[in-house]
Design a protein around this ligand. Structure first.
Ligand code: SF4
Length: 401
């Protein structure tokens, strides 16, 4: 079997408390945290062999709140993964944290273990909205964390902000963005809140107006925020992600470019080539207890057919402003977009929502804001095509950009 490189995602399903909008898999009982970490190292080792992965080119430790684990447990995790990855940690190694996790001691230990990127969940600087969202945080704790982080020059910092919490005005949302920019992070993720079913916030706000934007539409606030970021030197490289030049998140790029990724830990999702040579997606069961006791149960296991994989490739690839690399596309699908959805493609090119050249197919900035409409048209036309593969995936790492 030909080996291939993959991104590695580690899901640490523990949080000190549950935020009211969150539907990620996490629990607040840390009793199984040590055994879970030990089992994750075993899963990484076994799956790397089972799925023919040569090497991990990025690691993202998310959750949950991995920053809330003890530095010793993080050390155990990364020490073992380094051995499994033939003694080398990748160039990008991200740890997700909440402000209360940031201290000089933790940062020193994490950096010694190879972590070079911190993704900090701020969400908002305003105490009233932090409380409304049920966050175990405060403006004071956030400012303290940012002060500590500002002393660490060798770390790349990404800040997460949520826009659209219930009751937020346009000014509230833009004030958060301006305050985040004043700390000059390398990267900002500015996400719209979606009220997911089953969360406390969805329950409370299901039948009420969630935003308070009397003078501006959501689209106007979004456009103003994008302008603020661009004027400060940030590039919008994905729908909700902005970075200083060269500081985009390589790990997340692997998702958007549909490169293989292995997810380990309860609730983690993978997209890999399975031992039968087929593209496989699966999720580790959301059950900490059985995982910590040694059972890696999989659910949501599926092997997408060529047309479904192609749709996902478009859906993910067009989120990135540099677009879809046409050389990779041709090598994977053995055809070009013009053969698959010629009418919709010609229409969106004529209306200046899509641009193509020899290298890429991408949305214009106007096109990015109507991505769903574009995708629906592409998919409708694809459904009338007779495309049936073959799908040559994954490409060798030399071809994936
Ligand atoms: S800290 Fe993050 S993962 Fe944990 S409950 Fe809050 S939003 Fe969810």
């Amino acid at each position: 079997m030909k080996l291939y490189d993959a991104a590695l995602y580690i899901h640490i399903p523990f949080c000190t408390s549950k935020c009211d909008y969150c539907d990620f898999y996490s629990i607040t009982d840390y009793a199984y945290s040590k055994d879970t970490v030990l089992e994750i190292t075993k899963q990484v080792e076994n799956d790397k062999i089972t799925y023919g992965i040569d090497r991990f080119h990025s690691i993202y430790i998310g959750g949950g709140t991995p920053g809330s684990l003890s530095p010793e447990l993080i050390h155990t995790l990364l020490n073992r993964i380094k051995v499994i990855n033939r003694g080398v940690l990748p160039e990008e190694l991200t740890l997700e944290c909440n402000p209360v996790n940031i201290s000089h001691n933790n940062l020193k230990s994490w950096q010694n273990d190879g972590i070079n990127r911190i993704s900090l969940g701020i969400q908002t600087f305003q105490d009233s909205f932090l409380q409304l969202a049920g966050r175990n945080s405060s403006r004071k704790k956030i400012l303290r964390a940012l002060e500590v982080l500002s002393c660490k020059k060798a770390l790349s910092i990404s800040l997460d902000l949520i826009q659209g919490l219930p009751g937020m005005t346009a000014e509230d949302q833009l004030a958060d963005l301006k305050e985040a920019l004043s700390f000059h992070p390398d990267h900002i993720s500015w996400y719209s809140l979606s009220l997911e079913k089953g969360t406390v916030l969805e329950d409370q706000w299901a039948n009420r107006h969630s935003l308070n934007l009397p003078e501006r539409t959501e689209e106007q606030v979004w456009a103003e925020g994008c302008q603020l970021l661009e004027r400060a030197g940030y590039i919008r490289y994905e729908v909700s992600n902005f970075s200083l030049p060269t500081m985009s998140c390589n790990h997340n790029r692997a998702y958007w470019e549909m490169r293989p990724y292995l997810g380990c830990g309860p609730g983690a999702v993978s997209m890999i080539r399975n031992p039968e040579g087929r593209i496989e997606r699966h999720r580790v069961a959301q059950d900490v207890k059985s995982y910590a006791e040694g059972s890696v149960l999989l659910d949501n296991r599926e092997m997408p057919d060529p047309i479904d994989f192609l749709k996902d490739y478009l859906l993910m690839g067009l989120r990135v402003t540099s677009g879809i690399d046409l050389n990779s596309f041709r090598r994977i699908f053995s055809c070009v977009p013009e053969e698959l959805f010629p009418l919709a493609l010609a229409r969106f090119k004529r209306d200046k929502f899509i641009e193509t050249d020899k290298i890429s197919l991408k949305t214009t900035s106007a096109g990015l804001d109507m991505l769903n409409t574009i995708l629906i048209s592409f998919f409708d036309e694809l459904d009338t095509s007779d495309y049936a593969g073959p799908v040559n995936w994954p490409l060798s790492s030399a071809v994936c950009s």
